[in-house]
Design a protein. Structure first.
Length: 231
């Protein structure tokens, strides 16, 4: 996950960075934080951001103008607007901001904004699995794919191997349908980890999987939807 912070006040920039780092540390989120000290810096290299904290009051290209240009380049990024002037909140509606934060920022409000962003993402819910006889909780979106055997299911989670006694049928009801698809009797795959797909065959982690003929049309539609709205 890539989080951007754009603020011309260096002290405010570093303070918000610490708040975000604290949240990500507590919630065990793998995050890259990108700092921008002006609207010009933001526009120079922020197309990859998933979430942006954007200060409105900045010299030169202010947050509203920078946000409008940024939104055209990256329409899927969530924007949390920071301001000490309530009269400018109306301007921020043009950015389709999902949060409005009053400066000086409070950590509780920043954490609430991060939590809201997490909940908006596909696969944010956690699932309970077993690893080396220990029960662990993982976010669904960390699961690469699931493979079934006679009496258990096996999960590839990052570079780790985990297990569960749940059937694929039960898992289909639990896993986020925006992110996961059961391609055949043996596999459930996470759309975000698919490295290639062509005519009913997909590739994940050097493993080729065949989409069953009766599921192929539905798979391709949902894979397109994921790529458009949830990637």
């Amino acid at each position: 996950m890539h989080i951007g912070i754009c603020d011309d006040e260096i002290a405010a920039l570093q303070s918000l960075k610490r708040m975000v780092e604290n949240y990500c540390g507590v919630h065990r989120l793998e995050t890259e934080i990108h700092l921008f000290a002006s609207g010009v810096e933001l526009l120079a290299g922020a197309e990859h951001l998933d979430l942006l904290f954007l200060d409105i009051e900045m010299p030169g290209v202010d947050g509203i103008e920078a946000g409008k240009r940024f939104r055209r380049r990256n329409p899927r990024c969530k924007i949390a607007v920071e301001t000490c002037r309530e009269d400018r909140i109306r301007d921020a509606f043009y950015l389709e901001a999902y949060r409005f934060l009053s400066k000086p920022l409070k950590e509780a409000e920043v954490w609430e904004a991060l939590e809201g962003f997490e909940e908006s993402r596909a696969g944010h819910r956690r699932i309970s699995l077993w690893e080396m006889r220990q029960r662990v909780e993982v976010r669904q979106r960390e699961i690469v794919y699931v493979q079934t055997y006679d009496s258990y299911t096996e999960y590839i989670v990052g570079n780790r191997l985990m297990r569960s006694e749940k059937s694929l049928h039960d898992l289909e009801k639990e896993l986020d349908p925006k992110l996961f698809f059961r391609v055949n009797k043996k596999y459930i795959v996470n759309f975000s980890f698919i490295e290639g797909y062509e005519d009913g065959t997909l590739l994940i982690r050097d493993t080729f999987m065949t989409v069953s003929r009766r599921k192929k049309k539905d798979f391709e539609k949902k894979y397109r939807d994921f790529d458009l709205y949830f990637r």
